[in-house]
Design a protein around this ligand. Structure first.
Ligand SMILES: Nc1ncnc2c1ncn2[C@@H]1O[C@H](COP(=O)(O)OP(=O)(O)O)[C@@H](O)[C@H]1O
Ligand SMILES: [Mg+2]
Length: 277
């Protein structure tokens, strides 16, 4: 598939048994861009990211990451991608430094390169002085920093961050958010981020996709999406696109239901009009 794009998918689909988690998604993400995938819980964000990182297999469709096919060249995909999972596992009996050395070795990096990168990352993430402490003694925010270091250690071309601030207290979330801003603004990397932080997404993302029930419903720049629904900001646009459409769907079904009497139907129509004003 395409080498011209950092991420390209065609009809990418994932079923878990009967459940259609991701339904024929088409993504075209150029190199150097930051893509934000937004959507309610259970919409299919994590499943998409796990397929793109060759962690789970697709059911059908095609996808390439960095020009490599996610099935036929899954090892290459893994080598060029950094991935911060939604619920990362850490080896609590290792120190941060030992853990990062271990991850570096998984990427076949030379010892001298690993050591230099660890020093850089420890400094960037303000973990100096704590790198030789066991991870079991780290706070959640610090653990998340170590996971981000692990995602960045092989200096990946393409970085996937799945809900990087979930499960963090506000101060730790703020810190991780600032680090991501720094990463986006400094490095000319391709970043794919699933997030609930709509202000961050509005500020940092070049392209936003909104996924609902496994389908990308809306895609565009934050400005395009905001303007398309006449919202003030991305948060309002997101709520209109995800929430309001559900209310309309529900009322629409009631109006079409032949068991509903005329008055009831009229009442709903009024309600609906009120909402859309
Ligand atoms: N390993 C799995 N087995 C079965 N169902 C799954 C599995 N992973 C995810 N799902 C289901 O797929 C849908 C999408 O989940 P997910 O991709 O985690 O959503 P999101 O990250 O947007 O919250 C959900 O209905 C979820 O329950
Ligand atoms: Mg998820």
């Amino acid at each position: 598939m395409s080498k011209a794009y950092a991420i390209k998918t065609q009809n990418l689909t994932k079923n878990f048994g009967e459940l259609l988690a991701v339904n024929k998604i088409d993504l075209t993400i150029p190199y150097g861009k930051t893509y934000g995938l937004l959507g309610p819980n259970g919409a299919g964000k994590t499943t998409t990211v796990r397929m793109l990182n060759a962690i789970i297999s697709k059911t059908s469709g095609n996808a390439s990451v960095g020009g490599y096919d996610i099935v036929a060249e899954s090892q290459k995909v893994k080598m060029i991608c950094g991935f911060l999972p939604e619920a990362p596992g850490l080896y609590s009996k290792l120190t941060a430094k030992e853990f990062l050395e271990f991850i570096g070795e998984l990427y076949y990096l030379q010892k001298s390169v690993i050591s230099a990168r660890i020093d850089e990352l420890i400094e960037l993430f303000n973990l100096e002085g704590r790198e030789n402490d066991l991870l079991e003694g780290y706070s959640r925010g610090m653990k998340q920093k170590v996971c981000l270091c692990a995602a960045l250690i092989q200096d990946p071309e393409i970085i996937f961050l799945d809900e990087p601030t979930s499960n963090l207290d506000p101060a730790a979330a703020r810190m991780v958010k600032d680090l991501i801003s720094q990463l986006v603004k400094k490095a000319e990397k391709t970043i794919f981020i699933c997030t609930h932080l709509l202000d961050t997404a509005e500020e940092l993302c070049d392209i936003i996709g909104i996924i609902i029930d496994g389908e990308i419903k809306v895609e565009g720049t934050p400005k395009e999406i905001i303007e398309s629904v006449g919202a003030r900001d991305l948060e309002e646009a997101y709520l209109k696109i995800t929430g309001a459409s559900h209310i309309d769907d529900l009322l629409g079904w009631r109006e079409e239901n032949p068991n509903n009497n005329h008055n009831e139907s009229k009442k709903n129509k009024n309600k609906k009009n009120k909402r859309s004003r």
